[in-house]
Each structure stands twice: as C-alpha cells, then as structure tokens.
Design a protein around this ligand. Sequence first.
Ligand SMILES: [Zn+2]
Length: 220
Amino acid sequence: MRYFNLHRHSPAKDLKEIAIINIFPGQEVPGKYLYSVGLHPWHISEDTLERDIVLVEEKGANAVAIGECGLDRICDVPFELQLKALRAQIAIAATLGKPLIIHCVRAYPELISEKKACRGSLPWIVHGFRGNSETASQLLRHGFYLSFGEALMKDCRLGEILASIPEDRYFLETDESTVSISEIYEKAASLRNTDIETIVLRQRETASGLIQDNRGNFKV
Ligand SMILES: [Zn+2]
C-alpha cells in the first residue's frame, strides 16, 4: 500500500509514500524522485523573473507537473507581476503537456478567469485548498482538482467539502506539515466514511490518470 502525496518539499523517508517533491527554480532536481518545478508567487521579482522562467522550462522537461505557481493576494509582490509569471508557467505546462499545481490565496475569481482564457484541457490542481464550499463548487465546475492537506485535521468546513467531493477530483498532501500522509489519509477515510485502502486505491487511480512520465506511461 503506497500513499500518493501530491505535494511536499523534501523527499519522504517513509517508503510507503510516493510523493511529488516541489522544487523552486533555483533548487536542484531531486534525483530519482518525482518532482514538480515552479516559481512560487512569493518568490517573484522583476529582476529574476526571466531567468526563473527559463529554469522552470528546463527543469520542467523531466518534471511530472509545473508548479507550485499561482496568485496570492496577501503577499507583497505586485499582482500584475504575479499574473505575468503565472501566464508564463501556464504556457510552459501547455507546451510540455503537464498538469499545473497551483497556490492560490484570495484570488480564485482571477484564477478561474485565467483557466477560462487558456482553454486548455490539462489538469489544474489547487493545492492546500482552504476555501469555502461555494469556492470549491465553482472550482470543480470549472474543471479544477482540489488537494487537501493538514488543515483538514482541524477545519470542519473543509471536512464537509472533502466528504462530498467526487472521488476522482481531489488529492491529499502534506506540504511542509509535520503531520504524516498516512494520518491525512486516515482523516480522509473517516470523513468519507470509507476505509484507507479504498482511498489509497482511488488516489492512485486519479494520480495515474493525470501524471505521466516522459514515456507517457507513469503509474503511481
Ligand atoms: Zn508547498
């Protein structure tokens, strides 16, 4: 039984876990591990944007997804610059044919507009989802996938969203949390009124459908 973890920042020590390791453009590719590469909205700067986008493109060639990238209304980086960086990464994902892993804080309407504008069919996954049920339904209606992490352990509203989301439209992740992926699976199983094995199986099916290696045949 291997737990698929959509998003974390360092390789898992637990062999029962199969994770996508997030790297930033300047970080080294994590050897044999699956990884995603993206320019995070917090790290965007006018001076280094061009260089960082080139790095995302180069390292993206062997990645399983592009991101985390996205929009964040709370950080100090000008919103227009964030949009520019996001659009550049949407274009890279489209060229490489890879899913996007998205960081979004208080910018869901703008994110949905970007997805509508690009008219692509590649998956967009909102990681660390913490929005309300109305936002969740809107995102699902527009074809997004949602990924839930540590917040699930305490936030009942999020629990209700996870309990009712279609089984092929969500992921689970630890991000930088100290809570383990198996604990998050356990919580998800209890919220969805099923057993962990079922969640493990369905998560792997969903992940296999979206995430492929360069030969197009990756199975989680
Ligand atoms: Zn993260």
